[in-house]
Design a protein around this ligand. Sequence first.
Ligand code: FAD
Length: 287
Amino acid sequence: MIPGQFDYHRPSSKQEALQILGELGGDAFPLAGGHSIIPMMKLRLAAPEHLVDLGAIDELKGVSIGGNVIEIGSMTTQHELLTSSELSQACPIIQETSALIADPQVRYCGTIGGNVANGDPGNDMPGLMQCLDATYVLESNSGAREVGARDFYNGIYDTALNEGEIVTLVRIPTPAAGHGYAYCKLKRKVGDYATAAAGVILNMSGSTCQSASIALTNVGDTALYAAEASDSLAGSDLGDDAIDRAVSLAEGITSPVSDMRGSEEYRSKMAGVMVARAIRLAAERAS
Ligand SMILES: Cc1cc2nc3c(=O)[nH]c(=O)nc-3n(C[C@H](O)[C@H](O)[C@H](O)COP(=O)(O)OP(=O)(O)OC[C@H]3O[C@@H](n4cnc5c(N)ncnc54)[C@H](O)[C@@H]3O)c2cc1C
């Protein structure tokens, strides 16, 4: 399919991009890696009159790791996340998740900003960012604000972004040294979106779980932070009973649709299986 007609803009600075987006309003979409928006346009599910390509804006690219915070520019690609040696030390779950997204061709172009801003429950980064308690910096030509990943998603393709606003930065509290982590994703084949996926971060003290964070992908209208399941693990020894309880609480917040990836019941159960796997793997990795 061929997309409808549109005008193409390629600003060279963030300020210029925000000005163009502010002037054009709802008729303009930001263009990042294009691996979600271009297919949507080809299918005529989206028909923006203007695309504002953020690809030439260097200030939106790169990873920086400070004492307590990791900052990732929104135009940083999945490939760049995967090859960042700093991230592999500070927050390896980002690389584990990136490696499970699509295929190398998509990862070379697809960006963290496009993935979190897209609003598709099948995207993996929103669940991961909820698991990591990340914050998104949103900017428009009238200023900047921050919204937590756990508050950003309202529904399918419905986010906290206002017209003319873009995600410029993703800010992640650096996980504690020795934390356990795992992102487990069930998919039918390489390149597929999740049938169900779960991200888990654990902080352990010996064999006791001090705190846990669990989030789910593609088993609801948005990524889901499993607050009760996370809290239920705190103080536990992560034995079978504790894991079963967390699995049951996590499954309880899912509401997947039946589709070619499986029935609602199956996908909900698979979310539980992914949670159990991710908890066990995270516990093994915690030191
Ligand atoms: C074959 C295939 C398989 C895939 N499998 C997966 C998968 O398993 N998991 C997964 O997570 N993704 C998957 N994807 C999607 C891929 O990761 C996309 O790259 C990603 O969803 C969007 O990132 P992008 O940079 O390409 O954004 P774009 O497609 O350019 O933009 C997506 C949307 O976000 C908006 N946008 C982009 N950047 C910003 C910004 N900074 N601020 C505000 N709005 C912005 C755009 O206007 C658009 O509406 C797959 C894609 C393909 C083609």
